[in-house]
Design a protein around this ligand. Structure first.
Ligand code: ADP
Ligand code: ZN
Length: 638
């Protein structure tokens, strides 16, 4: 059985090895055992059911929550040479009849449908007459109220077990929590399912966190390092999206905006432009993301802090699905904490929770007003606000702590990380330094807050500490305070950031409309020297450590050839009306630019090239490679 799976993997997909847990996940379906598979984004969940669908007799039925996801997967399978189809409401009558004919004639290995269609009386009866291999439930967390994307239509899948008592069911998700996992198995009435939970580490992602200062400049610095490559910029509010899009477009960057306030048409236009690589960067609220399987997203930038690490993990996780290095940059400010806090505690938000009939993704915090306490489906339940605030505090700690980012994320999700230095986050790369006399610095800040009568905000307090001569400070006679100018050797922005860091660690409270600072009981413990806070500052001189993943995945790759092949891929993709990453992934292109095959058999040796792709594109790719290599006197068939 494993041999057959391996052969299929090689023949159709051009992959020679299983990713972690793929083999185990595939074996379950082959042995007709129910299975729940939890793998991070990019972990290769689809193959866990696609490969068994190819090797088993009969038709596999796949449930997916969004038409765009189904279309993407069916397009990709067709390109790999696997007979697959989808039936959804976007098809014309002819297209649907055509798909049904192919089902009846047993020509298909996979059929993608929506949950409501699968359990509908007519359709399930039709399916019962067929030879089915198994049922696969993609994005299975949508069935759980505890997940981040509950969909009522997924609840109906609870009847599947009754409708198809003898078929194995596989459920697939990237959502990590134990509660959601258990809920999936229960709701689907799985029989003694294998629970396969992978590591949530994404070794190819580089994590960086910075206080936000001049955000446009900060964003451009990232964009400039990834010229011509795809990326996502997340903003908290619609108006931030629009402003950022305008500013970057005026600077000549190829960008498109995306948020729930745009018309369906305009949103679709932006999304298509991004997927088809007519623009490099999409600037979006979190309304953007679900249903986008674009595998070669090289950077995800957050211009504001998300409200939980769950959200951050999900959004940043859209980078680097192809396993190649990608960068996740988060720019935060203490103000973000305040914004979220007031939203999460504002009872007026309550009435504006999810509206039936509107896709939940579009209702996400996109419109800030629509966000209320008890998000995540637990609306109104006691303690929901407290839970949300606790998650917010953890998120803020993540930003301000001086702990390896990878370790912090993994441990948040209950997976220990033992490596001392991950080599791929700002902390481990030495981009930031710990303040050596953090205790004394914090005490100076806290006593200044006390001297100011706990009546001023962070900006003002920073000015007093740095000895500013601003008129309002002189008018208030605060230049006469004993704490005036105590931190005059530092820039006021750094001091303001330290204040935010202390707030994030619970030593300072911010209250009211003006975020007035006060010292918390924990803060008093700092004053009494019972605890030492951690404070970060930008590293003295910028060490140019290259993250190690980046170096490895480019090893031996001729970048000029890679660019040439990428352009060729674009034109092939637009001819065929499919996204570029469906023709070839970036990993396959790099492998071509590394080994530079001059014949079909060599071309088949490229990672990510199966039989069908070799037949389809082999000749034209080889032609390009040969021409380039001759032009540049490069060796071939390495
Ligand atoms: P997920 O659904 O878990 O986010 P996908 O199924 O979309 O992940 O897979 C992510 C990428 O990894 C895809 O480009 C896929 O072709 C590739 N991939 C999957 N399995 C393997 C494998 N065994 N070897 C190499 N690449 C793989
Ligand atoms: Zn690290």
């Amino acid at each position: 059985m494993v041999e057959r799976l391996k052969k299929a993997l090689e023949e159709y997909w051009g992959y020679t090895e299983f990713r972690p847990l793929q083999k185990e996940a595939m074996e379950c379906l082959c042995q007709s055992r129910d299975v729940v598979v939890v793998l991070p984004t990019g972990g290769g969940k689809s193959l866990c059911f696609q490969a068994p669908a190819v090797t088993k007799s009969g038709l596999a039925v796949v449930v997916s929550p969004l038409i765009s996801l189904m279309k993407d997967q069916v397009d990709a399978l067709t390109e790999w040479g696997v007979p697959a189809a989808r039936i959804d409401s976007s098809l014309s009558l002819e297209e649907r009849d055509d798909a049904l004919d192919r089902v009846r004639q047993r020509q298909l290995k996979l059929l993608y449908i929506s949950p409501e269609r699968l359990v509908s009386e007519g359709f399930s009866r039709f399916l019962q007459t067929l030879d089915l291999s198994f049922l696969a439930i993609d994005e299975a967390h949508c069935i759980s109220m505890w997940g981040h994307d509950f969909r009522p239509e997924y609840r109906q899948l609870g009847t599947l077990r009754q409708l198809f008592p003898n078929l194995p069911i596989g459920a697939y998700t990237a959502t990590a929590t134990e509660q959601v996992r258990r809920d999936i198995a229960e709701q689907l009435h799985l029989k003694d399912p294998a629970m396969l939970v992978g590591s949530f580490d994404r070794p190819n992602l580089i994590y960086k966190v910075r206080p936000r200062s001049k955000i446009v400049k900060q964003v451009c610095e990232v964009l400039d390092r990834y010229q011509g490559e795809s990326g996502i910029i997340y903003c908290i509010r619609r108006k931030d999206v629009e402003q950022m899009a305008e500013t970057l477009a005026a600077k000549g960057y190829r960008v498109a905006p995306y948020h729930a306030g745009m018309t369906d048409e305009a949103r679709k236009k932006s999304q298509d432009a991004f997927v088809n690589e007519d623009v490099d960067t999409i600037i979006a609220t979190v309304a953007f993301g679900m249903g986008i399987d674009k595998s070669n997203v090289r950077y995800v930038i957050h211009t504001g802090m998300p409200k939980s690490l769950e959200h951050y993990q999900q959004e940043s996780g859209r980078a680097g699905r192809d396993g190649l290095e990608a960068e996740c940059c988060l720019f935060y400010s203490g103000g973000d904490f305040g914004i979220w806090k007031s939203i999460l505690t504002d009872s007026r938000g309550n009435g504006a929770l999810r509206v039936a009939g509107v896709p939940p993704a579009l209702q996400e915090q996109d419109a800030l007003a629509a966000e209320g306490p008890g998000h995540n489906g637990a609306a109104g339940s006691p303690g929901a606000t407290e839970i949300a605030l606790a998650k917010l505090a953890r998120m803020y700690n993540y930003c301000t702590d001086a702990i390896c980012r990878r370790k912090a994320i993994l441990e948040y999700f209950g997976q220990p990380y033992s490596q001392a230095n991950c080599g791929t986050c700002d902390i481990c790369l030495g981009d930031v330094d710990l303040v050596s006399d953090a205790l004394v610095t914090a005490q100076k800040i806290l006593s200044c807050i006390l001297r100011l009568g706990q009546r001023f905000g962070g900006g003002y307090t920073a000015l007093v500490l740095t000895g500013s001569r601003e008129q309002r400070i002189l008018d208030n006679h605060h230049d006469a305070l004993s704490t005036y100018g105590l931190l005059k050797d530092y820039d006021k922005r750094i001091v303001h950031d330290w204040i935010d860091q202390l707030a994030g660690q619970g030593f300072i409270d911010k209250t009211g409309e003006y975020n007035v600072l006060s010292v918390t009981p924990a803060g008093w413990r700092v004053i009494r020297e019972e605890v030492t806070p951690r404070l970060l500052q930008p590293a003295e001189k910028k060490p140019q450590h290259k993250a190690k993943v980046a170096a490895a995945s480019w090893e031996g790759v001729d970048k000029g050839l890679f660019e040439a092949l990428r352009r060729l891929r674009s034109s092939l993709a637009s001819e065929r009306h499919v996204p570029a990453y469906i023709v070839f992934g970036d990993a396959a292109l790099r492998d071509m630019a590394r080994h530079r095959p001059s014949t079909l058999p060599h071309f088949l040796g490229v990672r990510g090239v199966g039989q069908t792709k070799a037949e389809q594109y082999g000749r034209i790719m080889i032609e390009k490679i040969r021409a380039y290599c001759i032009d540049h006197a490069l060796e071939m068939d390495l």
